[in-house]
Design a protein around this ligand. Structure first.
Ligand SMILES: [Mn+2]
Length: 468
């Protein structure tokens, strides 16, 4: 059987925080999930008997490693290796699955009866932020998955916002033909699939969930939808089926986003008409709270880190890139790259590569050497302060397409409903001179305190470290 959300919750063991106080998922899950330091399960939901709600499953490297079956330090390298060597993963259509235990059709398919929370103060309403959105290219037949935001507008209607990428392209193809686009939301999968659903690179011939199956080393089980021509993961907790009617646009937003702002993409947006809900009998609603420092950032940044790792190592044919880190506290707009530059121009080319990838997020790219810990911001700022000569090591790139939710740059076109922003990007080379300039590079050797490495001090040093 393919991995599912429940397998992951079981694997968490005591790390899962279980809250059995009764809470209101609509008005209280936001603050609770934002405050949860690690995975949380709300076991009693006011107004939603039989339901549970979980979130914050992969906020840190340790849980990301658990989801992917590797160690925290290997997450980026290992995921990158698997993403590009094990694809396409296997999938098969099966006749039935747990997501079909309850089938609600017609007027019974009421999304207001799902424990969909309000994420943030000021949001336009309840928002489904955890639905893996599935569309299909009407020409190639290949599905696409992404996690988007969808506003509950009524029992059978949602408004949604989508950046102009793969599934948007699918919807535009249907719109050009004046045909309704089938679309589904799958809620509550194993987080390995959720991470891969956010992959943004090319995937001709297979979809993101099949990438997930490859990464997890298993066969993805799909079932056919009840009311539309689309396949969905059989192991999902909940599936919402529906159509996107062509050309319909309505107000959507504001919605508090991963940037920490609720502004940026509110406006006329397409709508989704619900045709069916299928679910498990005792469903666990997978929430993805969309405030800062939640799952919202790593679910996107982890596949981005792995993609960049792969991409940047190919710069100049071969570059010693050791690690890529997009800290949650930079809301995905800043990338740290740890590398050893061999030749002149190599760090610069890597930085430009990080700023022109499949992803729109990176706006600031910073390269440091292998003697700088990219997981420690103090180290990165130290390198920026002592290894950067701004007149040659900082590049400002004007007039780049940047992330549509980056409100620091103007929206240049509102003729279609999605947002297009153009602004500057910046590359900061905080590496030492390259290896082939040995003498200049040696000037940047870091000093070590006298006594460092003295075996007689080991116990004392450990004691001091434990007092930090
Ligand atoms: Mn895609």
């Amino acid at each position: 059987m393919a991995l599912n959300l429940r397998d992951f919750l079981t694997a968490l063991g005591k790390d899962l925080i279980r809250i059995d106080d009764e809470v209101d998922p609509i008005t209280q899950a936001g603050a609770l999930c934002s405050a949860a330091p690690r995975p949380i399960l709300l076991e009693r939901l006011r107004g939603f008997p039989g339901w549970k709600l979980c979130d914050i499953l992969v906020k840190d490297r340790a849980r990301q490693a658990l989801a992917l079956g590797t160690s925290p330090k290997s997450v980026v390298r290992e995921l990158s290796d698997r993403m590009f060597t094990r694809v396409p993963g296997q999938s098969k259509v099966v006749p039935d699955g747990p997501c079909k235990e309850v089938k609600l059709l017609g007027n019974d398919a009421d999304i207001t009866k799902l424990p969909i929370p309000i994420h943030s103060e000021g949001d336009a309403g309840r928002y489904l932020g955890s639905g893996i959105t599935i569309t299909r290219d009407p020409d190639t037949g290949i599905r696409n998955e992404a996690i988007i935001r969808a506003m509950v507008k009524g029992p059978r209607k949602m408004g949604f916002w989508m950046a102009a990428r793969h599934n948007w392209a699918h919807l535009m193809k249907y719109q050009e033909r004046q045909a309704p686009a089938p679309m589904a939301f799958a809620i509550g999968l194993h987080p390995g699939y959720e991470i891969l659903a956010n992959y943004s690179g090319r995937h001709e011939g297979y979809d993101e969930l099949e990438m997930g199956a490859g990464v997890l080393g298993e066969t993805l089980e799909l079932v056919k939808c009840e009311t539309i021509d689309l396949e969905v993961p059989a192991q999902a907790e909940v599936v919402i089926e529906g159509i996107v009617p062509p050309g319909v646009r309505e107000p959507e937003g504001p919605f508090g986003e991963f940037t920490g702002y609720s502004k940026g993409a509110e406006g006329p947006a397409p709508v989704f008409e619900v045709t069916a809900i299928t679910r498990r009998r005792d469903p666990i609603f997978r929430h993805m709270q969309a405030t800062v420092f939640t799952d919202h950032q790593p679910l996107v940044s982890v596949p981005m880190e792995a993609s960049l790792y792969r991409r940047l190592r190919e710069i100049h044919g071969h570059t010693e890139v050791h690690d890529v880190y997009i800290p949650p506290w930079v809301t995905m707009f800043t990338v740290f790259v740890q590398m050893t530059p061999r030749w002149d121009g190599q760090a610069r080319a890597v930085l430009l590569g990080a700023l022109s990838s499949p992803y729109l997020h990176p706006k600031i790219a910073i390269a440091v050497d292998e003697d700088v810990d990219i997981y420690d911001p103090r180290e990165v700022f130290w390198a920026m302060s002592t290894r950067v000569n701004p007149e040659k090591d900082v590049i400002v790139l004007p007039h780049e397409r940047i992330h549509p939710l980056d409100v620091s740059a103007p929206n240049v076109d509102r003729s279609e409903v999605t947002v297009m922003r153009v602004g500057g990007k910046i590359a900061i080379d905080a590496t030492k001179p390259p290896l082939w300039r040995k003498k200049e590079r040696d000037e940047f050797d870091r000093v070590k305190p006298k006594g460092a490495g003295d075996p007689a001090l080991e116990a004392l040093l450990r004691r001091l470290a434990s007092m930090a």
